[in-house]
Design a protein around this ligand. Structure first.
Ligand code: BG6
Length: 495
């Protein structure tokens, strides 16, 4: 009996061919992430047979020039263990290039000539959002958007709520929500998905995952890199727009959501949305009390001297853009009432680490020697650079009396699993190809996040003082530790 092919059910060599068009194909993201990830998909036989990857950009390039770009700029980002000369060659054969100025309708003729009627089309917008509207209009004007064509959007998706809505309005004119894939690459990380496994694959945590058993949650995303060559972009964004509005709030939503009824895209995203909508709005006074902004100055990272933010390329000497944020967020729900979520992110910090700390409640009454300080249980979930889970428990020290000390139950997922883990972009690109939306941000989630972030940015704009300086290679400004001390807390590396 003949079977009907559904758009979401392919991924093997006999499936419908694919035309994957990367707007911004000659850019940094394409070189560092997209092409290397697509190579890995190709290497593992996960691209549909007949897949073509068409780079699009303003360069006066032909196919050979794009292949040269892939060889020179993208190949070094492929993990050498998986680079196979023959497979790399067959990957290059899939590449093509179209010179196109997104705002010039006539340029789309050349793209139209390359696209095959029978192929599924995926347009990947790895370019500034200012060009999304013109690109969509022009694609539609040339009849290049079919009913099943998919669109992938890279951040930044706006600079505030209004601009995020404007972007969605434009793209949703041509692409329904179920064909729109907004990337937050943190959702593609194996480790982030493991948070869901930990929460919903084990029954012991769920009853405790709430007030009053959880007293506070800390999320740290610390980076040692500076802004590098992205100064122009970063200075317009800052850590709030670049990291908190998306990656950290997505982590909050996964950590705090109610158990979804199923793992399908809308069940999960409905629950995440409720979390984002329950973020307590902050008044200017809350912002003053509950946030610390920082900006790095020259210092040393792993023994190497590095410039300060204001000396980086493309940064105005009087910039007030924050490269560090520490803050307290709260969720107005029964489960999380008054449980602080401390969020922290920064560039040029002492270590690269992404970590979640769940601080459980102190025992209500101690029966042990007065010399035994009972530490509340803590669960530390490290997501980067290595993946591990540590649960601190109090145990008796050997010897007379009843003196207790904390010891950790430790789980190292890196050594437990030796199989290769797909990089975030590889996983997400495969999900787009297979039509799986669960790991992409829905329009309402994006808007809920901006709704919470906007007043914070506005309050900062109104403040006289700018971000506080911190020396590169430290854990941020002293005000960040002082803020936690005022809360009766410590950041995890201080505890
Ligand atoms: C990106 C930000 O979204 O995430 C960058 O724009 C940041 O500024 C990066 O460096 C961090 O991602 P990862 O995967 O290295 O933690």
């Amino acid at each position: 009996m003949p079977t009907t092919r559904s758009a979401s059910s392919f991924g093997t060599a006999d499936a419908r061919p694919l035309d994957l068009v990367i707007f911004g194909g000659a850019g940094d993201l394409s070189a560092r992430k997209l092409l290397p990830s697509l190579y890995m998909c190709h290497r593992d036989g996960n691209l549909p047979g007949g897949t073509r990857i068409i780079g699009v950009g303003r360069h006066a390039w032909d196919r050979e020039a794009f292949v040269g770009f892939a060889d020179e700029k993208a190949k070094p980002f492929v993990d050498a263990r998986y680079l196979d000369a023959a497979k790399w060659q067959t990957f290059l054969e899939r590449l093509d290039f179209v010179r196109l100025d997104a705002s010039q309708p006539a340029d789309y003729e050349a793209l139209a000539e390359k696209l095959r009627d029978e192929a599924l089309r995926i347009y990947y917008m790895a370019m500034p959002p200012g060009l999304f509207a013109a690109t969509c209009d022009n694609l539609a004007g040339h009849g290049l958007i079919a009913d099943d064509t998919r669109l992938v959007l890279e951040k930044p998706l706006g600079v505030d709520l209004a601009s995020a809505i404007a972007i969605s309005e434009v793209v949703n004119r041509y692409f329904t929500e179920d064909r729109t894939y907004r990337i937050d690459h943190y959702l593609g990380k194996e480790t982030v998905q493991n948070l869901m496994a930990l929460r919903f694959g084990n029954s012991i945590f769920e009853p405790l995952w709430r007030t009053p058993f959880v007293c506070s949650v800390q999320i740290t995303v610390a980076e040692t890199v500076g802004v590098g060559s992205r100064g122009g972009f970063y200075d317009e964004a800052g850590a709030m727009r670049d990291m908190i509005q998306n990656h950290l709030l997505q982590l909050v939503s996964i950590l705090a959501m109610e158990p979804p009824a199923a793992l399908n895209s809308d069940a999960v995203r409905d629950e995440k949305l409720k979390v984002l909508r329950s973020l307590r709005p902050m008044s200017p006074e809350d912002v003053r009390r509950n946030t610390v902004r920082g900006q790095y100055t020259a210092g040393a990272i792993a023994g190497e001297l590095v410039r300060g933010y204001l000396q980086e390329d493309g940064i105005p000497p009087d910039s007030r853009t924050e490269t560090f944020v520490a803050m307290r967020a709260e969720l107005g729900t029964w489960r999380w009432n008054k449980v602080p979520f401390y969020l922290r992110t920064g560039k040029r910090m002492q270590e690269r680490v992404t970590e979640v700390v769940i601080n459980f409640a102190q025992v209500p009454h101690s029966i042990f020697d007065p010399g035994s300080t009972l530490q509340p249980n803590r669960m530390v979930i490290r997501l980067q650079p290595e993946e591990s889970v540590r649960l601190t428990l109090m145990v008796k020290q050997p010897g007379e009396g009843m003196k207790l000390k904390p010891l950790s139950l430790a789980l190292n997922l890196d050594s437990a699993f030796t199989t290769r883990r797909a990089e975030a972009y590889e996983r997400l690109l495969l999900d787009v190809i297979r039509g799986r939306l669960a790991l992409f941000v829905r329009r309402d989630e994006l808007q809920a996040a901006w709704t919470w972030v906007d007043p914070i940015l506005e309050a900062w704009r109104q403040q006289d003082e700018g971000p506080r300086p911190y020396t590169a290679g430290t854990w941020g400004p002293a005000a960040s530790s002082a803020f936690m001390a005022r809360e009766g807390m410590q950041w995890s590396e201080e505890a």
